[in-house]
Design a protein around this ligand. Sequence first.
Ligand SMILES: [Zn+2]
Length: 144
Amino acid sequence: MSILDDFNKALSGGLGRLQFEARKLQRTTQIQGELYELRGKSEGAIAQLGQRTFELYQQGRIAEPALVELATRVQHLHDQLAAKQRELEQAQAETFVEPTAAPPAQRVPIEEEPLPLARACPSCGYLCPPTALFCANCGTRVAS
Ligand SMILES: [Zn+2]
C-alpha cells in the first residue's frame, strides 16, 4: 500500500465517523424533542387530574386523607392568591397625594455687624486694615 492509499483510507474512515456523529446528533436531538413533548403532556395531564380532584374535594366527595390534605393546601393557596390579588388592586388604585405645604421655615434673623471696611490711605491710596493707625505703605496716619 502506498502512502496515498493510507491517506485515502484514513480520510474515508474520518468521513464515516463524521457521518456517524452527525446521524447520532440528529437522532438524539429528535428523541430529546419527543421526550420534551411527552413530559409536557404528562404534566398537563397531572394538572388536569389535580384540577378534577380539587373539584371533587370542593364537592365533599374526597375521603382519602392524603388527597384531602393536598386539596386543603391548594384551597389555602387559592385564598392567599385572592388576598394578594386584592392587595395588588389596592396598590394599583393608590394615587399620589400632594404633601400639605409645610409652613415656611422660621428665618432666624442674624445680627449682622457691618464688616469693618478697609480704608484707603489718604496719601498713597494703599488699602489699610481698619485697625491700622498708620499706612503700612507710606507711613501716613490713617486712623481718624
Ligand atoms: Zn500711604
